[in-house]
Design a binder for this molecule. Structure first.
Ligand code: ACO
Length: 151
């Protein structure tokens, strides 16, 4: 599997990006401001992530998603490993990622990849999304912010 930047003029895999964030508006904003990487095997896009500069020595993974038929095969972990390497090469010291309070699997993955919880934006999702989001029988209300030192 190859992880690479989107080619110039190549369409981003919106169907995957929308798995991670139901707001098309937010997704378009990340794509405009950040850099989009895709995981490709046999000319099929299996995963995606978008990385954004947040400060002189800090980057953030704004969106990460893997094709639903390929979950739990280690692709998410490989995408995060790639983001760590890329952000480090760009001179970043910290890599951040955020997710909802109801995203239990995502919180497990990020902590297994070395991220620590550094903050909670209370009511972020209730304030920024028009539709209520439920996962694992829990309402997604708060954004959990996680961070990893990468050098
Ligand atoms: N439940 C519990 N643990 C999990 C889960 C889960 N649903 N998913 C991953 N993990 C943990 C496990 O320990 C797993 O290892 P194991 O399978 O050996 O037990 C480890 O993380 C590595 O998992 P991967 O196989 O690398 O993860 P995957 O390729 O399935 O991708 C992802 C994870 C990207 C979260 C995927 O489930 C997905 O696309 N979900 C929908 C979109 C989404 O929610 N994206 C994140 C939103 S937040 C943001 O974008 C910043």
């Amino acid at each position: 599997m190859e992880i690479r930047k989107l080619f110039i003029g190549e369409s981003p895999p919106l169907h995957l990006l929308l798995l991670a964030d139901p707001s098309r508006e937010m997704v378009e904003e990340y794509l405009e401001k950040g850099t989009c990487f895709v995981a490709e095997r046999d000319r099929q896009i299996l995963g995606v992530y978008v990385l954004m500069q947040k400060g002189p020595d800090m980057m953030e993974i704004k969106n990460i998603a893997v094709d639903e038929n390929h979950h739990r095969k280690g692709i998410g972990r490989q995408l995060i490993g790639h983001a760590v390497g890329y952000a480090r090469d760009q001179g970043s010291e910290l890599l951040e990622i955020g997710t909802g309070n109801s995203s239990i699997g995502q919180l497990a993955l990020y902590q297994k990849c070395g991220f620590r919880i550094v903050g909670v934006d209370v009511d972020f999702f209730t304030n920024h999304y028009s539709e209520a989001i439920f996962e694992n029988g829990i309402q997604c209300q708060d954004r959990i912010r996680l961070s990893r030192r990468i050098r």
